[in-house]
Design a binder for this molecule. Structure first.
Ligand SMILES: Nc1ncnc2c1ncn2[C@@H]1O[C@H](COP(=O)(O)OP(=O)(O)O)[C@@H](O)[C@H]1O
Ligand SMILES: [Mg+2]
Length: 336
């Protein structure tokens, strides 16, 4: 096998989660071990000119404060946070479309696919807990732990497929709710996959400070699931995302819903920069590897570019397509 060889499905017939099979298919421990990596930058939401009292605080006084106070949730520190949310109208998720795409259908029969994502979900929840319990990592910002980025090296490796399935699985949790954010600004597909529609979304709020992102969140008829569209396309998406305002917008997503886990469906790492930028704002990332398609060299490059992300796990999305798409058994590991 050389670096241009696609990563193979593991030969072993032993059951295990898709995460375990990813590790079995290829040993990326060396690449993923980040003992020497700098801790994830956890920056406070930027101060804005609307906050003259804080801006006028002498630097020495600010530095003398204990770290937590820098991230305090006083309304005066967070100008957009005190606004009440004007809920968007609730929309119905298209269950038939989900079934046709061989995805988890809420309320449907318990499938092998649902079981797979249950295992993945448990691992991600454990990592959230570990992050939240570690004061050095949170640095007073618990909401960062609850952000999960879904990405891959290249297009069509199953990011949206996995992001939607994971969101469905998380929505079933009693103790959590989930917000699925379409952050693939150039090729958004979360809303069409779920049969939803929106006039504005994430990018509109990043580009226009007068737009409150919380008002763009779409509640759905699936209990515990809400969705945020990618918003209006712009050639300046990377610049808006890299701006200071991003952290304010992201903080707003969980501000009035502290049990909320936010999943970002992102563009491929090697095709566009948003995944790399978002990687610095999340607690963990799931890197989708498509069996027999993703090349080892591409995966190495993608992981290297995601250096700012605190915790990355690989998920092996090996798949056989069935023409009808309804047979969950064709999902890798269930049908072979
Ligand atoms: N495990 C899978 N089982 C069935 N279909 C899948 C699977 N993974 C991906 N697909 C399908 O493959 C296509 C590409 O996947 P998608 O999630 O849109 O890729 P990406 O978001 O990475 O570009 C979609 O039609 C999707 O439904
Ligand atoms: Mg996609």
């Amino acid at each position: 096998m050389n670096e241009q060889t696609p990563i193979k499905k593991p030969q072993s017939t032993k059951r295990g989660s898709l995460l375990e099979r990813a590790a079995e298919a290829f040993d990326f421990n060396g690449l993923l071990r980040r003992d020497d990596a700098a801790p994830m930058p956890v920056s406070p939401p930027p101060q804005t000119p609307a906050n003259p009292a804080t801006a006028a605080t002498p630097a020495a006084e600010r530095e003398a404060r204990p770290p937590r106070s820098q991230f305090s949730r006083r309304a005066s520190d967070r100008p957009t946070t005190s606004k009440p949310v004007v809920n968007a109208p609730r929309q119905n998720v298209d269950r038939d479309a989900l079934a046709d795409a061989a995805m988890i259908v809420p309320g449907g029969p318990v499938s092998g696919l649902a079981e797979e994502f249950r295992i993945i979900k448990r691992r991600l929840l454990r990592e959230i807990k570990a992050f939240e319990d570690d004061p050095q990592r949170t640095n007073g910002r618990q909401d960062i732990a609850r952000r999960i980025l879904i990405t891959s090296a290249n297009p069509h490796e199953g990011k949206t497929y996995c992001a939607v399935n994971l969101a469905m699985s998380l929505a079933m949790e009693q103790d959590h709710e989930v917000l699925l954010v379409d952050a693939d600004f150039a090729k958004p597909s979360v809303l069409s996959t779920l049969g939803l529609a929106a006039e504005r979304g994430f990018m509109d709020a990043l580009a226009d400070p007068s737009i409150d992102v919380a008002n763009a969140i779409i509640p759905t008829d699936i209990s515990g699931l809400s969705v945020l569209s990618a918003g209006t396309q712009t050639p300046k998406d990377s610049e808006y995302l890299a701006s200071q305002r991003t952290e304010l917008v992201l903080a707003r997503l969980t501000e009035q819903a502290p049990r909320r886990i936010v999943i970002f469906d992102s563009p491929p790492v090697l095709a566009a920069s948003p995944a790399i930028v978002l990687g610095a704002h999340v607690g963990q990332a799931l890197m989708i590897v498509r069996a027999d398609q993703t090349k080892e060299s591409a995966l190495k490059d993608a992981i290297g570019l995601m250096a700012a992300c605190a915790h990355i796990q690989l998920l092996l999305n090996g798949v056989k397509f069935s023409p009808g798409g309804r047979r969950f058994g064709t999902y890798y590991g269930q049908g072979d």
